[in-house]
Design a binder for this molecule. Sequence first.
Ligand code: BG6
Length: 486
Amino acid sequence: MAVLPPFDMVLFGGTGDLVTRKLLPALYRRCAAGQVPSDARIIGVARTALSRAKYLERAEVACREFLGGEFDPQHWATFASLLDYVKVDAAATADYADLAAALAGRESRVRVFFFSTSSDLFAVICDNLARQNLVTPESRVVLEKPLGHDTVSADRINAAVASVFRERQIYRIDHYLGKEAVQNLMALRFGNALFEPLWRRGLVRHVQITVAEELGVERRGSFYDKTGALRDMVQNHLLQLLCILAMEPPATSDPDAVRDEKLKVLRALRPIHGEAVLQKTVRGQYKAGAVRGVPVPGYLEEADIAPDSTTETFVALKVEIDSWRWAGVPFYLRTGKRLQDRLTEVVVTFAEVPHPIFEHPPAAHTANELVIRLQPDECITMTILAKNPGEGMRLKPVSLALDLGETFKERSLDAYERLLMDTVKGNLTLFMRRDELDAAWRWIDPIIAGWEQCDDRPKIYTAGTWGPAASSALIGRDGFGWRGEE
Ligand code: BG6
């Protein structure tokens, strides 16, 4: 792995959840792997007044916790020597002078500003960076999701960022795109000739995307209660997965070639509005239950949640893509917190044989399925029908399974490791372009409006289950079932 060019990385929201839980451990790992040059600087920035020593203490606690057995005191010492802290209140113009002082004389280096704050602050941070002349030609800005809460707010934020950074300097992050397994989806589709002829209406009957979490809202109650599962997960992660599954083969792997194709999918999504939300979407909210035998509180009992909150912690949708390739093929999407398992999985169900010639076809599962499991383990399974040993032609579904972890035996990069390094290298392929984000919000907005218009309150589900019964009914109405539930 090539060592990166010298860089300075400024982490706004430097004491927050994402920086401590994900970004610092990811940077530590790249540093331990020898990829980060010894003169790189990583500057945590937040409004709390902290000395560098105190910040390092906090960072060490976080790295020990989140890296577990991987933490090594020697590697930590090397990594800690790159870390610094500057107190900056995002809206306090005077504070940016301290940041400017920390970056002085380093204008020719790659400079990455990572905004891991609420997106309401992106405009004021950009404005202050510009006032202090901190945005150099080699600067990039990384914008953490969710960017805005609807089309209008996202557009306003994008415009403010665009007044300071050029589009080629803007990295809108969706960490799902950085996952090894998501890259493998691309490899599967575009590295093999095998699937392409099957990847269309007529041969694909339906597609399911599940992103299920066991975790609840953790320490992010006040953020989550304003956001909900549709904005937190569907607007970005699930739609991006859908794009990679449904897009046309790009002509090259060039960032814009890939992003152009994803954009076409987003623009071809059939809108869901008005009363259609009642047929095509399900909102849920968990009540107290048990996850893996451990009792957990309900959503309304979590910290920082309004006692009468109607925010959804689960959503299931039936999505249609109006294109030649996908007309008539339903895509079912579901995601939720406090579900039975942590599972991210894509299931492509193919058409059944047009005419059965065997006497004893199995009663169920007669269609071939391609299951791409992204989390917790990475594996690709194809179910095919084979003959049961013995007399007669009795068919039985069996699996051709490829366990990618077993096959490659190498630790794959965590999404943030890959994406942070991409920002330094200047590779935009795995980041969303402004028009993609806009198209995603334009599709999401009417669903939220429809929920409000129809006063569609979330259906209550018990923590530790697969969500409300209405989610099974949504897919069941079309004669299908969620995998594992049929
Ligand atoms: C984040 C969401 O983007 O993704 C969280 O804000 C969610 O609510 C997380 O828990 C899930 O990511 P992963 O990588 O654990 O599947």
